[in-house]
Design a protein around this ligand. Sequence first.
Ligand code: FAD
Length: 294
Amino acid sequence: MSATAPPIQRLLFPLATRFVAGDSIPDALRAIERLRDEGLATTVAALGEDIATVGDADRTRDEYRRLIEGIAGRSLSANLSVKLSALGTKLGDTGFVERYAEIVAYAAQTMRDPFVRVDMEGSATVDLTLDAVTRTFATHPNTGPVLQASLKRTLLDVTAAVARGMRTRLCKGAYAEPAEVALLGAEEIRTNYLACAALLLRDGPFPAFATHDPSIIREIQQMAQRFGVAKDAFEFQMLYGVKPDLQRSLVRQGYGVRIYVPYGTHWAKYFRRRVMERRENLVFALRSLIARER
Ligand SMILES: Cc1cc2nc3c(=O)[nH]c(=O)nc-3n(C[C@H](O)[C@H](O)[C@H](O)COP(=O)(O)OP(=O)(O)OC[C@H]3O[C@@H](n4cnc5c(N)ncnc54)[C@H](O)[C@@H]3O)c2cc1C
């Protein structure tokens, strides 16, 4: 990492590398290769939320252009994950849609597997995100949204995505949301996840089930069998460094598994989120650091 980074960041960086591939494009490319060698596919995210200026938003787009060139330059196969906030949703104009569409178009021109996933952020951004994805998808089908089972509206959004033929990633949802829009109980979210998964499995093109929840994974495997959906017609997705044994075990069983690989100099906030989600992640990170030092 850069020698000019603040001392606290330099101290924490070795810990964060359990969950973040590194702070540069070469680090991300090495992670793609390492995971590929273990049979795992990847979707790469340049970390850089909360931008404040048009210049920051342009820099995010330019970083994705360099990432695309890096992936294509090494003849690798990887998808991209982008957050529209990092491309300027809060700047008060529609520039973020153009920057996102430029990434999608450049990926389509340049990459072997040019799929660009748009991460879903807080509930207040769902309409704006789905609108941008739907408009871009109309001219570039190599893009698709994420939908969150914790939101009450999501079954309808899944139905619409399926009708449009958009490749969708389903997740539980990572944002704290008010009760008016969100299901708050774990069991309710699980039930909604499975209802959405059933729709996607039956009729959605190549759905992605992002979860580390073994019981949901089991249910999806059983559902796929019941519906006669082949193992290569959908994939599981998990976060870099989370439940690596489960990731590899699914690969051994013949399922497609794609790992969300974040990298970049803005890694501190992402690492903090992983630790806040699960305090044990600090212990996991320390353990992997000690194992590497041995
Ligand atoms: C590939 C991918 C993409 C995602 N994209 C989005 C997105 O665009 N928008 C969004 O809102 N959310 C996104 N998420 C986050 C998601 O919404 C959940 O917050 C997160 O995955 C935890 O939910 P879970 O299904 O794993 O179930 P949980 O019930 O939270 O976890 C199941 C089990 O997995 C383990 N586990 C789960 N998460 C972690 C972790 N971080 N560290 C260590 N162990 C863990 C725990 O042991 C837990 O018992 C994404 C998740 C993944 C895997």
